[in-house]
Design a protein around this ligand. Sequence first.
Ligand code: NAG
Ligand code: NAG
Ligand code: NAG
Length: 317
Amino acid sequence: MFCKSWLLVGLFILLNVLLLYFTATTLETRKWQKMAKKTWNHHVAYPQNYRFILDQPKKCEEQKPFVVVIVPVAPQNVEARNAIRITWGSEELVQDKLVLVLFLLGSQSANETLQEQLQNESQVYQDIIQSNFLDSYRNLTIKTLVMMEWLSKNCPQASYGAKVDADVLLNIKNLLHMLLSLKSLQRNYITGLVLSGNIVLRDPSSKFYIPHDVYPKSRYPPYPLGMCYIFSMDLPEKILHISRHVRPIFIEDAYVGMCLKHLGIAPKKPPNIGQFVVKPPQRFNRCYYSGRIAILTNSQTQLISYWMDFHSDKRPC
Ligand SMILES: *[C@@H]1O[C@H](CO)[C@@H](O)[C@H](O)[C@H]1NC(C)=O
Ligand SMILES: *[C@@H]1O[C@H](CO)[C@@H](O)[C@H](O)[C@H]1NC(C)=O
Ligand SMILES: *[C@@H]1O[C@H](CO)[C@@H](O)[C@H](O)[C@H]1NC(C)=O
């Protein structure tokens, strides 16, 4: 009798311990799942073995460009590609230095019609590089790293690379003048509209929100604004290599800055920072354009009309 009640008490205690244990582990799992979900939103799927669906692997070897300009653009945005093709993308030779302009796309694999159109477009213009990662705003860092991968593999002989957004009016002539004015061929060189000490936004409703656990520092290292940056051709491989040790964030230009910081390379101010323009003045005129390198526009129409305006008149400024 005495023995039996002790046994019951023992069993009761054991049951309670087990119950507590299970509650605790379930709670822990829930917490984990919640955290994983939170960071998953900020996860950038790189490195990974993406492959090129459309490619121009021999283009650099054959054409021997001095500068390779890569324009990241969404697969469906054929208007933006055409706007560039008929404007600044059409100026290939400047001071007998060749500038090669190529478009870099991710994919929308679910849309077969689109893929067929892209194949056609690629055959006609031979200026499309397409990788098989999903093209989206949140995947722009992947696009930049895929660009670095492509350049280091296919264009080691070129002197410089540039990443130029599709809404930028580029003045290739001035870009070349700037690069040729540098005393010698640069190494570890990257320039553009360099931002220093940009604050990491912690407000979850902000477009550029980055949680503390994804990037703990309060400021980003210096980086050139993503609309247009130019770099010596030794950098793509170095950035790609170091990126394996730098946790990716979706803000591609800030991420390039984080990689540069790890490499111990500081982005350089361009000889004339006024040549990189985010907000063109209201009263735009052809002489304004003639002195700049990169101007952000607000539409393809604006990009085309600025360029036409400049080229319609041969008078010097
Ligand atoms: C597929 O792409 C075509 C051509 O760009 C477009 O017109 C169509 O709306 C797309 N379909 C879907 C489901 O996104
Ligand atoms: C691609 O081009 C081929 C032949 O030039 C044409 O028959 C086909 O309709 C085109 N496809 C698309 C999606 O434009
Ligand atoms: C980014 O691309 C990867 C690979 O295609 C894909 O799995 C992921 O869903 C994409 N992320 C976003 C936010 O589009």
